[in-house]
Design a protein around this ligand. Sequence first.
Ligand code: AP5
Ligand code: MG
Length: 190
Amino acid sequence: MRIVIMGAPGSGKGTQAALIVKEMGLDHISTGDLLRAAVAEGSELGLRAKEVMDRGELVSDEIVLGLLEQRLQKGGGAGFILDGYPRNIAQAEALDALLERLGQPVDEALQIDVDEEQVVERIAKRAALEGRSDDTEETVRNRLKVYAEQTAPVVDFYARKGILSRVLGEGSIEEVFQRIRGVLQIQSES
Ligand code: AP5
Ligand code: MG
């Protein structure tokens, strides 16, 4: 199965993707994690990406698609869950073209809906615990703005394809996961 998981910064994409992967044996591909790995390596690409990420803007489509293509080649046969990609309509179209070429189209797009106040609260907590460099108040504000302007329209892109499901991302991590399980179960039985 090939799943795209979407939602605002702090909505729980990474947390829920990890749980889905455990249950379904998929490959978890997070473009944010791929970029943070490039930053940690200190490569030139990483240095350029860090500056953009710390402002809360999107890294260029070309760089992210390159990282994604490389990473997809390492995946197993069971499928994958994409977390943090696509993040704008151009990326959604590029992903479609890439997966069509590989004969592996997206089966399911999952949108996690969480109120903005709650995501700000969650990220503030994580900032205190982990110190991710883009979790500062100012950058979070910009990440949310970029999300609303560029990423939110991707939800409609998948709705038009008829493969979108929306899940309420509020409540405990386990409660959200149970909702997602319900959605994926229903889809796989139909
Ligand atoms: P990315 O790493 O994708 O960050 P993001 O989308 O801003 O989202 P987060 O990872 O902060 O949140 P999440 O939804 O994964 O939530 P999580 O599970 O962690 O991207 C970072 C940057 O990289 C971008 O700004 C951009 O610059 C660049 N980038 C990445 N992809 C790109 C692309 N495709 N194109 C261009 N640029 C790209 O949860 C958040 C916190 O809440 C955690 O502490 C968690 O424990 C907690 N939590 C989760 N669920 C719950 C719950 N139910 N109740 C209470 N707490 C919860
Ligand atoms: Mg994440």
